[in-house]
Design a protein around this ligand. Sequence first.
Ligand code: GDP
Ligand code: MG
Length: 437
Amino acid sequence: NLQDKLDRAFKVLKGQGSITEINVAETMKEIRKALLDADVNYKTAKTFTDDVKQKALGQNVLTSISPGQLLTKIMSDELSDLMGGTVSELETQKNPTIILIAGLNGAGKTTFSGKLANFLKDKKGKKPLLVAGDVYRPAAIDQLQILGEQVGVPVYVNRESTDPIAIAREGVEAAKRDGNNIVIIDTAGRLAIDEALMLEITAVKEATQPHEILFVVDSMTGQDAVNTAKAFNDRLDFTGVVLTKLDGDTRGGAALSIKSVVNKPIKFIGTGEKMEALDVFYPERMASRILGMGDVVSLVERAQQQFDEKEAAELQKKIRKNKFDFNDFRSQIQQIKKMGNMKDLMGMIPGVGKALKDVEVDDNAFKPIEAIIDSMTPFERENPDAIDQRRRTRIAKGSGTQLEEVNRLMKQFSDMRKVMKQMSNPAMAAKMMRNMP
Ligand code: GDP
Ligand code: MG
């Protein structure tokens, strides 16, 4: 599945201190494959990965997060932007507000009509009316009536008529007469290639001048959903999309493609057969869903808050000159501690976090190290190489630790400095320090 693929893609980055042209290119190739498998169309997937690559290469890797995490954050933001970025509100202020529902057979139009009526009736001062505009099957009218009864919303029905245009018009009149300020017109399913039926729904639009035309589409249809959306939009110029049946294990890749192909906002998602199973569409949440991960965004944001870019630049300079000393080491430890409970943080990243799960970090582990550093003189902190056995014995005594512990720290510190010099990279440095205790 997509998660496994992403995991594999991140492996490419795992253990690498920085985002480079090569590791990003490789990762993005994997991501593109994964997106294609999740029903995102080729052009969208390509544009997306190109954009992410561009952004990723322009970023400094934070000392406190891995490149994989940073990339995940960039991807998540980019996905969210692709799907509109922000919530797109439904127009409900007109009196009456007329909402026309359109789409293929079985997409979930009638179900959604009931759900929307239910959703709006709880809003202050909203009195919806459902209009049964599917005249081709008597059962369709029954279905809407049952749903209307279930949610406590009246349904306008005219069983004598077989003219959906007239019925829609009558429904709007009935709403005005009865003081309903929202009119939801359910219609029959139709194929975009069925010219007669497409002309019919265009005529319903002309006759009722709807404020919202919602295109309802089954998210399980994958790529077909995109083609259908395009065909319907060419004819109807709809105002928004409703993605249904997102309660299964559908990844929602269609959401991404639809938005980028027709450039119309997704307004709602259906997540079940029940009348309550309707959600306003949040691009950020869908981005997480597509990436199949937990709250990566807040993890990265927390890390970013704690990160002082200037300090990192200083640090990098020092490492390059091999001047990284115990003062820097201590401030790094403090920065890591500031980020909060490490295990909490890791818990937020089920997929990506796996890579770091084995890295046990607990605040207490730093205590002896800090005690040792505190017992050093300022001269010693700045000149780690000058700390000989005599000084070490004194430091051990002063910090209430064993000489072996001081020796171990000195050894680790000097190994670390060597590697750091090679890496000359603060992200790697932070990672190693996390491994130290
Ligand atoms: P219409 O032909 O477009 O009016 O589609 P219907 O509203 O009659 O729905 C077709 C089928 O899909 C019905 O069995 C619905 O219960 C089901 N359905 C609609 N929306 C959802 C959804 O969000 N999740 C699930 N699981 N089923 C849905
Ligand atoms: Mg129907």
